[in-house]
Design a protein around this ligand. Structure first.
Ligand code: DGP
Length: 113
């Protein structure tokens, strides 16, 4: 069940997080294993497992998540950043509650590993 992930527990307040932003549709908090000086996670309150499970009804929500990601990145003082969505195990997804990584504060290489 998507709602039973670690992020579902964070949303319910059962596990603490370092919160950066919250509204009625999403929560933003700092990643526990930061890969850069700024590493935020933007998650929807709706328990969507991954982008693979999202559908057209989620279009507005997905757009909202992207715009919130850009807003919090800029509030963190970033001029450049990377927004990453790992979708599925082989892409590196480990928590099956949709999340956008916002990574910045250092030069990032491309392609990713
Ligand atoms: P992904 O590999 O794309 O599924 O990213 C999951 C991220 O979630 C990973 O960077 C580590 C982070 N993470 C896992 N558990 C927790 C937690 O309990 N709290 C926080 N803040 N981050 C977590």
């Amino acid at each position: 069940m998507p709602g039973e992930t670690i992020f579902g527990k964070i949303l319910k307040g059962e596990i603490p997080c370092d919160e950066v932003f919250s509204d009625d549709r999403c929560l933003v908090f700092r990643d526990l294993q930061p890969q850069a000086p700024v590493h935020l996670l933007v998650i929807p309150r709706k328990p969507i497992e991954s982008l693979i499970a999202a559908n057209r009804e989620d279009s507005e929500l997905l757009g909202h998540l992207l715009l919130v990601a850009a807003e919090v990145a800029q509030k963190e003082g970033l001029e450049s950043w990377r927004t990453v969505i790992n979708s599925g195990k082989d892409a590196g997804q480990t928590v099956f509650h949709l999340h956008l990584h916002v990574i910045g504060g250092r030069a990032l290489t491309w392609p990713p590993g």
